[in-house]
Write a protein that binds this ligand. Structure first.
Ligand code: SF4
Length: 413
């Protein structure tokens, strides 16, 4: 081994040790600040504990005596995995500390979520590396190129080709074909065929989860649980088995009620996903004296609430219903025909008398960035207040954002 090779290897090892220490520190700081909040309650311990499993991947694996499937988007039907014996969970990361492991490997303006997720493959142990299968729908350009960037670092990757027009027969047919293709891949991995009865029972299991998520949203609309805690609970979805998560949310619904502060105006949060430990935007909104009465984040309220109702119980009937439910209820800006997103937001604001929209953009998250211009115009034309916050996972802009949010709050009072 020559001197140069040795020193490069040595430097890489040192960097890895340092990054691991920083990730731990970043998690500990966020957990401490969440536990110190006035509205903290012991009911939230469970959700914090399972979110912490991100830094203890082996402990995460031990919770499930089954193969793990990591998903890069919420549009993939979870019930299909469950019915074929997999535990599906969302691969998402809000870690800033980890991003150093992918620097130099992707463009500097890469979406922070992608940067953090990709970096996980460079750790010696991570949830990503423990996945028996990773499923990536080609939503945005970053996701379309992700398999190429990950290369052979993942055990197995399946790409789902997402049609960008959903409200057409062609788009729906296309997505159903993709769901069938996914079924085939899962059957090969599982070594068995899909069983219709098991699929129906998985649908029931997830229905209970969607129901409690719906009730959690109602609790939030009544001002009895903050946006940050709601996001935490939704972030933790899929990181444990779905029944345990559902039971723990029921306990929150039964025991928790910390009314919002009287003078805090309600706002609606939309835009790029927010994931633990990067809760910067929701924490700053609350610090600026506003109550996040609703959101449209795919890591929170848009975790696809709503029932799966079949009228045809053949295998094809159930798969078709599942495919349509996941596709049609998704209002991700990666769709070209996305008028439902604007309509959903405006309806929620009207019904709940919410006066302002905070539009969160993670630098490099192009679909949300592009849609923000249309949204700004549409929200203002409907008589609501609007502010766009463009940021990343770093901390340097916190004070600046806080000042802008405080000024925005004044316009709502
Ligand atoms: S932003 Fe869109 S593409 Fe990205 S995870 Fe959410 S729903 Fe999927």
């Amino acid at each position: 081994m020559n001197r140069e090779t040795y020193s490069r290897k040595d430097m890489e090892e040192r960097l890895l040790r340092k990054v691991k220490k920083d990730i731990q520190c970043e998690h500990d700081i966020e957990l401490m600040s969440l536990r110190e909040r006035d509205d903290f309650s012991s009911e939230f311990e469970y959700f914090l504990e399972i979110l912490s499993l991100g830094i203890y991947p082996q402990k995460f694996k031990e919770r499930f005596n089954k193969p793990l499937a990591g998903l890069y988007c919420v549009q993939v039907p979870l019930e299909l995995f469950d019915a074929l014996g997999f535990h599906p969970f969302r691969l998402c990361s809000g870690s800033l500390a980890i991003q150093r492991l992918s620097s130099g490997r992707v463009p500097s303006l890469t979406c922070p979520i992608i940067k953090s997720c990709l970096s996980s493959f460079y750790l010696d142990e991570s949830m990503e590396k423990l996945c028996d299968l990773i499923v990536i729908p080609t939503t945005c350009d970053w996701n379309a190129k992700l398999p190429e960037i990950i290369g052979d670092k993942a055990n197995s990757i399946h790409i789902m080709e997402l049609p960008h027009i959903k409200e057409s027969e062609r788009g729906r047919e296309r997505w159903i074909q993709e769901v069938y293709e996914l079924k085939k891949v899962l059957e090969v991995h599982a070594g068995r065929r899909l069983n219709r009865r098991q699929l129906s029972s998985s649908i029931k299991k997830y229905m209970s989860a969607w129901q409690v998520l719906g009730q959690l949203i109602e609790l939030r609309r009544r001002g009895a649980i903050s946006g940050t805690w709601s996001i935490i609970i939704a972030n933790a979805f899929m990181l444990d088995n779905v029944e345990s998560w559902t039971e723990k949310v029921k306990q929150v619904l039964k025991n928790y009620n910390v009314p919002k502060k009287k003078n805090n105006p309600d706002v609606f949060l939309t835009g790029s996903p927010v994931f633990f430990p990067n809760l910067k935007i929701s924490e700053l909104i609350e610090e600026a004296g506003m109550f996040i009465a609703g959101d449209e984040l795919c890591t929170s309220e848009r975790n696809l609430t709503g029932a799966t109702i079949c009228d045809d119980y053949s295998e094809h009937g159930i798969l078709k219903t599942l495919a349509e439910r996941y596709q049609l209820s998704c209002s991700c800006p990666s769709f070209a025909d996305n008028y439902r997103r604007a309509k959903n937001i405006l309806d929620t604001m009207r019904i709940h008398n919410i006066k302002g929209v905070i539009y969160h953009i993670l630098k490099g998250c192009h679909p949300y960035d592009i849609e923000s211009f249309y949204f700004e115009k549409m929200i203002k034309e409907n008589g609501y207040h609007f502010i766009k916050i463009e940021t990343d996972y770093s901390h340097e802009d916190r004070q600046n954002i806080l000042i802008r949010l405080e000024a925005f709050r004044e316009t709502l009072c």
